[in-house]
Design a protein around this ligand. Structure first.
Ligand code: SF4
Ligand code: SF4
Length: 436
């Protein structure tokens, strides 16, 4: 086993209070709301109509471009309506409202289901595309595109990302403990597809049971190593992992394939296994429900489209007594105004907070702490000054779009300056101007 740690970043309190809670199947909801935009790229195009009956796993939205992904019904039921709904990031999307009419009747998969070891690279790409598989670590980038890098960029290393460095979240941890074999089989499959010579399974050392499970699986295999990472944030970000494990730097504006690497989250690998071996598209995911406003912190296998309100209430959250609800973790998650938002493919956790910390904002002290912790060596205080002044070209030059929005700079700022919020605002403004 290899032991490593990242150099910059922070170590917030881990608060993994649900880490010993086994994954429970969340009860079948009465209705699901399935947005057609749940991934990076163009939204899917609806292929169902009002009152149409659909089966579990049936495709209801078709990918609309190379960087796009289909969406599937997570239940057996009838389409009640096609409506615009609110998403966790504050934007909106057309969605199918599907009323459940009974127990699951599974749709026939639209890809070949056969022995996993006999699948060709082309078939694996087709499966990931047709099954609507996207990166479940947060980026929701279509997996079929990610595993098809340009030929001039050969990949030599695959990194299985089981870091889960965000405080509170334990969905990946539980998947690794309960489904290590399935995850590893899918990782071996992808290693063959991209022709990588070596594979690394990266897990932070606050998950010793997951490390042990994978150590057993790679025992005797020369092409695989388990990497035990000293717990640190944001070590699980792709660029951080590549730097720590391979000592390679993804260039500004570049992608992992530019440095010969592919990083795959463990949840995504589990979804690939389910699609390849069982013919089931991505219609469920593990969601950690946690926070000081949750009496029974839990890990649920939740159907995509389930109302977050139902999931929070199942874990005992008193929604009227909460100050904050976050989709995801406390560092990179999205704070929402209402719990009536569907669980998406990207929803790794629901965080219910009774008392949120809101410190008074003071002027910058030029202490440099934000610079010291930034994993991408951006100078956040300077970048934010350019954004506040509307100096967009300068902001871009100083790494506006290189920022991974990890929030380390805001976390350490003694003046409570919401640096990452300013950076998100800057990105939004520049994108808006550039699309006009
Ligand atoms: S500037 Fe971006 S990448 Fe750097 S610490 Fe702040 S949020 Fe993280
Ligand atoms: S951490 Fe805060 S106070 Fe210190 S330099 Fe950065 S923005 Fe200024």
């Amino acid at each position: 086993m290899i032991k490593l740690r990242m150099k910059r970043g922070i170590h917030p309190k881990e608060r993994k209070i649900s880490s010993s809670k086994e994954i429970q199947e969340f009860p079948l909801p009465k209705r699901v709301i399935i947005p057609f935009s749940q991934h990076t790229g163009k939204p899917a195009i609806p292929i169902v109509k009002k009152r149409q009956e659909v089966k579990t796993g049936e495709k209801i939205g078709e990918a609309s471009g190379f960087i796009s992904s289909p969406v599937h019904s997570s239940v057996t039921g009838k389409v009640k309506a096609l409506e615009t709904v609110l998403l966790p990031n504050g934007s909106s999307s057309l969605a199918a409202l599907i009323d459940v009419t009974g127990e699951d009747v599974l749709a026939e998969p639209t890809w070949p289901v056969k022995d996993i070891s006999s699948l060709t690279p082309g078939e694996v790409r087709k499966i990931t595309r047709e099954a609507g598989i996207v990166g479940l670590g947060g980026a929701v980038f279509p997996t079929s595109v990610k595993i098809s890098p340009p030929e001039e960029y050969p990949i030599d290393s695959i990194i299985v990302n089981g870091s889960e460095c965000e405080p509170f979240l334990t969905s990946d941890h539980r998947l690794m403990v309960e489904h290590a074999e399935e995850i590893f089989k899918a990782a071996q499959l992808l290693k063959e597809v991209i022709k990588a010579s070596h594979g690394y399974i990266a897990i932070e050392d606050n998950k010793p049971d997951a490390i042990e499970a994978f150590e057993k699986l790679v025992s005797g295999l020369e092409a695989w190593d388990v990497v035990s990472l000293r717990t640190h944030y944001p070590q699980g970000a792709e660029k951080s992992l590549i730097k720590v494990i391979l000592n390679r730097e993804v260039p500004m504006g570049g992608l992992p394939f530019h440095v010969g690497a592919l990083v795959q989250n463990v949840g995504t690998l589990y979804a690939i296994y389910e699609a390849a071996v069982k013919g089931v598209p991505l219609t469920k995911r593990v969601v950690t429900v946690t926070g000081d406003g949750v009496p029974n912190p839990s890990n649920y296998m939740v159907r995509v489209g389930t109302n977050a309100r139902e999931v929070l209430e199942a874990a005992g959250a008193e929604l009227d007594n909460l100050e904050k609800i976050i989709f995801g973790g406390p560092m990179m998650g999205l704070s929402v105004k209402t719990p009536d938002i569907p669980v998406l493919k990207s929803t790794s956790g629901l965080l219910a907070i009774k008392r949120a910390y809101r410190g008074k904002v003071y002027p910058c002290l030029y202490c440099g702490r934000c610079v010291v912790v930034c994993p991408l060596q951006i100078t956040p205080t300077r970048l934010v000054k350019y954004i506040q002044a509307g100096m967009w070209d300068q902001a871009k030059k100083f790494g506006l779009f290189n920022c991974m929005e990890c929030g380390c700079c805001s976390y350490v700022c003694p003046s409570n300056i919401p640096l990452v919020h300013w950076i998100k605002y800057g990105k939004y403004m520049v994108r808006r101007m550039e699309t006009k």
